[in-house]
Design a protein around this ligand. Structure first.
Ligand code: NAP
Length: 329
């Protein structure tokens, strides 16, 4: 088997190839009641960089030399009386290793009628995160104006579509004309702002003259500050992520426009989707129904080859990914 191990911590800098080591190991052998899985897909999350750094304290610390932690989809290729028969596709915290022995604890079977890799995108962490953040914290209603940052990404694109389904007007902020065009043409957003093309605050003033009822923020930094400058009375600010800070070290500037939360009687709330795990099956069933009906679209970006896992993760931080970043083994 092959596995990627953590070799260094990318604190205050971009991810480098030297942060990982590709190591061969003997194939694991399943015992009684266990299964041997072959990895088929890996999914990549910006949070993995924080896990490498032991930042945040919401997951167990990672040691140097440990198999890189991550979500995957794998196929049962051998079963010694295990939970699922050979051929079953399952998803869980596989880690970056191409053979896994498990009794099935922590794994879920994939939806049989949908592509298995959907379990890493619209039915996985991004979809579940968007569902909880938008429906439980943002709570969009008809007539609301919603602005999503990181809008063309795996999480942001679903968060925006869920707000559209709830009857809101939705504006996405994303990097580059191609991503902005996708938001309007494919994901059904009402408008899109290319933050790389000019002043986000000025564009928001134009697009959101009556103020923002819900901010769904994936980015933080100056984009969050620009959105805070336009909140309406009673606004909900959903703090999902802050990718603009994940490569920064030292002191990080706070949002200068936070005082608008007082003036506009607004609320700002963060969350970690892992806390909602007991509700995942129910949330996943609702997302799957929307996918099957065609009301929810999801874009995926596939890198080929297990040896390219570090490259695939790094793509998230340059905006190279178009939708959910995946790797096909
Ligand atoms: P993603 O949005 O598919 O990919 C990351 C995107 O971030 C890139 O494509 C890029 O898009 C944008 N980006 C990168 N650097 C940026 C910068 N400096 N400024 C502005 N935008 C930048 O990734 P994802 O998995 O869906 O994650 C999105 C966010 O959700 C992340 O912040 C992540 O940490 C957060 N998240 C939170 C939870 C939770 O439990 N709270 C769970 C999952 C994810 P552009 O081309 O548009 O720049």
């Amino acid at each position: 088997m092959r596995q990627w191990q953590l070799a260094d911590r990318p604190i205050g800098r971009a991810i480098a190839d030297s942060d990982f080591a590709l190591v061969d190991a003997p194939d694991p052998v399943p015992g009684e009641g266990e299964m041997l899985l072959a990895l088929r897909w890996l999914g990549f999350e910006p949070a993995q960089k924080g896990w490498m750094e032991n930042f945040g304290g919401y997951v167990a610390p990672m040691d140097i030399g440990e198999v890189m932690r991550g979500m995957g989809v794998a196929e049962v290729i051998e079963s010694r009386g295990g939970r699922w028969p050979v051929g079953t596709m399952v998803t869980g915290m596989t880690g970056w290793r191409d053979r896994i022995v498990t009794d099935g604890a922590g794994y879920d079977p994939c939806e049989p009628d949908l592509p298995p890799e959907a379990m890493l995108g619209p039915l996985g962490i991004p979809g579940l995160t968007a569902w909880h953040g938008m429906t439980a914290i943002g709570r969009p209603a008809p007539g609301d104006t919603v602005v999503v940052s990181g809008a063309a990404g795996a999480t942001g694109s679903i968060a925006g579509q869920l707000a559209k389904i709830a009857g809101a007007r939705v504006i996405g902020i994303a990097g580059g004309p191609a991503k902005c065009a996708w938001l309007i043409d494919q994901a059904g957003f009402d408008a899109a702002i290319d933050y790389k093309a000019g002043d986000v605050a000025a564009a928001l003033k134009r697009e959101v003259p009556k103020g923002i009822d819900i901010i769904y923020d994936n980015v933080g930094g100056p984009i969050l500050d620009a959105m805070l400058s336009r909140i309406a009375i009673g606004a909900r600010v959903v703090l999902c992520g802050g990718i603009s800070r994940y490569e920064q070290g030292g002191q990080i500037a706070g949002p200068g426009n936070y005082f608008n939360l007082i003036l506009r009687r607004a609320r700002m709330e963060g969350f970690i989707i892992l806390d909602q795990q007991p509700r995942w099956p129910e949330m996943r069933a609702r997302l799957a129904a929307l996918l099957r009906s065609g009301r929810l679209v999801a874009q995926q970006d596939v890198v080929e080859g297990f040896e390219n896992a570090p490259t695939a993760l790094a793509r998230l931080f340059t905006g190279a990914n178009r939708g959910k970043q995946l790797l096909r083994v």
